[in-house]
Each structure stands twice: as C-alpha cells, then as structure tokens.
Design a protein around this ligand. Structure first.
Ligand SMILES: Cc1cc2nc3c(=O)[nH]c(=O)nc-3n(C[C@H](O)[C@H](O)[C@H](O)COP(=O)(O)OP(=O)(O)OC[C@H]3O[C@@H](n4cnc5c(N)ncnc54)[C@H](O)[C@@H]3O)c2cc1C
Length: 386
C-alpha cells in the first residue's frame, strides 16, 4: 500500500517574512485610525467594505492570481502570511475572504474568459462579496445528495430549490453554487451536479439569515424561485462539478483560518499571565503554543503544495481536522488555566468575559468546512483503509 501523505518542511522566504512586517504595520495603522477594534472577538471575518477596499489598494486581494486577470502572481506562501496577520489582528475580512480564498481560484480554473474578465477585477478591487452554496437541508456531509435544481431553458438556465448554512449570503453579491442538472448514474453517485455563478441580487433569490448561539446571524437559508441565469454563468463541466468541488475544498480547508479563529483568547491570556510564577500556567501555555507551531508548519507545507499546482486534499483535511480540534478546545483550556491565576481579580474577570465569546464560537468549528468524521474518512481513504 502506498502512503501518500506529505508535509514537506518548508520555510517562509525572506520576502514573505518582509511582507509579514509590512502587513503588521499596516494593520496597526488601520487600528489606530479606528477602522476596526482588534479586542472584539467577533470582529474576525466582520463585513466591512471600507476595509476590503483598503486591503485591495495594498494589492492583497487576489495576490496569487495571474497578472492577465489583475493579480500579481505572488505565491500562496505570501498569501498565507497576509491571511495569518489578518486573522491574528482579528481584521474584518468578511467582504472578500471567501472570494480571495476559493471563489476567485475556481473562476480562474473553470469559468469562461468573458466571465473572468467581468468578475475577477471586481474581486481584486474589493467591490464584490461571495458566498458558497454547497450544503442543503439533507445534503451537508453528503454533498452529492444535493437536490436544488438547474434546468436548461433555451439559452439560459433556471434555478429552483434551496441552500442552507450559506455564510454571508444576506450581504453577498455572488454565490458559486452546486446544482443538480441530471440524476446520479449507477456507476457514479457523484455524477449530475453542476456549478454556477449566481447574482445574489437577481430576481427570485431570497436569503434568510439564521441566528446562531453566538447571537450573530452569519449564515442563511437561500431560496431560488425560478432564477434565470445567462448561459455563461456555467462554471466548468455540466454534470461534472464533483471534480471541481474536490479541488475547491483543498483551498477551503488548509489555511490559517482553520486554527486561528479563537486565537485571540490565547493572546488575551498570555497578556493576563505576564510575569506569573506558576509553573502549571507556564507549562500549559507552552504546550498550547507548541501545538500551534506544529499546525502552522503543516499549513505552510500545504500552501507550498498549492503553489506547486497540486491538489493536497488529504493534507488539507488533516490541517482542518487537527486545527479545528485545537482551536475548539483552546477557550476551555484557557478557562481552566485562568482558574489558577491569583493576580488582579478585575483583570481576570475582564478576561473571562472576553473568553465567553470564544467559548460560544467554539462548537461550530468542527462542523463548518467539513466535519471531523468526514475529514478522517478522507485521510483513511488516502491511507488505503477504506
Ligand atoms: C458556521 C458554519 C458555516 C457554514 N458555512 C457554509 C457555507 O458557507 N456554505 C455551505 O455550503 N455550507 C456551510 N456550512 C455547512 C457545513 O458545511 C455543514 O454543516 C457540514 O458539512 C455538515 O453537514 P450537515 O450540517 O448536513 O450535517 P450531517 O452531514 O447531517 O452530519 C451530522 C453528523 O453526522 C456525521 N456524519 C455524516 N456523514 C457521515 C459519514 N459518512 N461517516 C461518519 N459520520 C458522518 C457528521 O460528521 C456529523 O457529526 C456551514 C456550517 C457552519 C456550522
């Protein structure tokens, strides 16, 4: 049996590290100018159009894309560094994050030239927000059970049905959505799905926000009632979207966002515990930081494979699985460590109030972007165990 897992020990180049400092200084300037508040846990992925345009002016949206479409052909490793700094600062990247991470690369690979020419420059300038329409009420882990339907009508397509848990749909301008165009075949249960670019402002599209336990309403049910799409909004092959969805998931699953969503709790705790003499606290923090370092090395390695044009779906699944388990457990671990603090009670209380927001955020982390069980199934398959 051939074991195909690969995590080459890549190092970030000096150029990437210089870029890191540039991004960090720029973010500090934005914080000082009041563009966002890094102390608000929910700020990460906040939707702020002014911030998106400001990032675009720096050239940090679509930075790894071909120059022909307005990109800069910088590396995925440079993009990794920019993403990491944005997450650590809890910058409000929600208006462009999905487009930059996966919708743009999908369009570059599979859309018609006319569509690319129309849409990609608008992503790069921070003008348009995207959402991902994969999951449905009875089709989350099993994407290939999708029932929302697209049918040909002359030179157009018509969409009917509903998507569920669509992050950002209420404010998005476009969705890349997976629709059934034919039934599955006995030989291939994945056959029959097709991807489309959907204008979220088109007649017949309704996005209904769903409130989460955090109090926020980040995702939606999206209903399509006879929505008409132009022919060239087809992305890739009719009935063959399963191959495309697989490569899209490598972009979705491997980035630093898969272990840095609750990282602000660790930053706040390290600040609270400055100067502590308690070895249990020192050891606890050291353990968490060592694990984080391992996750970063794995994610950097996957970014290197994306640079090399590979589809590291198994390695990306491992980063997502281990990363989300780490970030999900983090707030609880810090709550236990904070019980050992004997410093200023007001400061400890202020930390716990902030921690509450991270505790409420944690349960979703192992569900969004593919559940733990599904990811382990992918890893097991690549090891020849299924
Ligand atoms: C915060 C958040 C944001 C999201 N954003 C988006 C988005 O933008 N776009 C989008 O399309 N979707 C989005 N999702 C949906 C997400 O991808 C799905 O919730 C997820 O894939 C699980 O699908 P499900 O909810 O239908 O659960 P199910 O698939 O019904 O799973 C229920 C449980 O059964 C387990 N299970 C299912 N199948 C198997 C199996 N074969 N073997 C072992 N165990 C199994 C699962 O691991 C899980 O524990 C989001 C979800 C969350 C929580």
């Amino acid at each position: 049996m051939a074991i195909t897992l690969r995590f080459d020990p890549l190092r970030l180049s000096d150029k990437a590290q210089d870029l890191r400092l540039q991004v960090r200084h720029w973010l500090n300037d934005q914080i000082r100018a009041g563009l966002f508040d890094p102390d608000v846990p929910e700020a990460v992925f906040g939707e702020n159009k002014d911030f998106a345009r400001a990032v675009a002016r720096q050239g940090w949206i679509g930075m790894a894309w071909p120059k022909a479409y307005g990109g800069q052909e910088r590396t995925f490793l440079e993009r990794y560094v920019v993403s990491e700094e944005m997450l650590v600062a809890r910058a409000p990247t929600g208006c462009y994050f999905i487009a930059d991470r996966q919708s743009g690369p999908m369009l570059i690979r599979y859309a018609s030239e006319s569509l690319k020419a129309r849409i990609l420059p608008r992503i790069i300038s921070g003008e348009v927000m995207f959402c991902i329409g994969m999951s449905e009420a009875n089709s989350g882990s099993d994407l290939f059970a999708a029932r929302a339907k697209a049918s040909r009508s002359g030179s157009t397509w018509r969409l009917n049905g509903a998507k569920l848990w669509t992050t950002g749909a209420q404010n998005a301008d476009y969705m890349i959505g997976l629709f059934r165009t034919s039934p599955p075949t006995p030989e291939n249960h994945r056959h029959g799905l097709t991807s489309f670019l959907i204008d979220m402002h088109a007649e017949g599209v309704t996005a209904r926000p769903i409130r989460q336990m955090t109090g926020e309403a980040d995702f939606c049910e999206v209903v399509f009632d006879d929505v008409v799409l132009p022919e060239d909004h087809l992305i890739g092959e009719v009935d063959g979207a399963w191959k495309q969805a697989t490569s899209e998931l490598a972009f979705e699953r491997s980035g630093p966002e898969r272990f840095l969503e609750t990282y602000g709790a660790l930053q706040a705790f390290v600040q609270l515990a400055q100067g502590t003499k308690d070895n249990r606290i020192r050891e606890g923090v050291g353990y968490l930081v060592a694990q984080l370092h391992g996750l970063r090395r794995m994610a950097v390695s996957v970014a290197g494979m994306l640079d090399a044009g590979e589809d590291p779906i198994t390695e990306a699944s491992m980063v997502k699985d281990l990363g989300t388990i780490w970030e999900q457990a983090l707030p609880g671990q810090l709550r236990r460590l904070s019980a050992l603090m004997d410093g200023n009670p007001d400061e400890t209380m202020a930390f716990r109030v902030r921690l509450d927001a991270y505790l409420r955020m944690a349960p979703k982390l192992t569900i969004q972007g593919g559940t733990t069980e599904i990811l382990r199934g992918i890893v097991a398959r690549s090891l020849g165990l299924r």
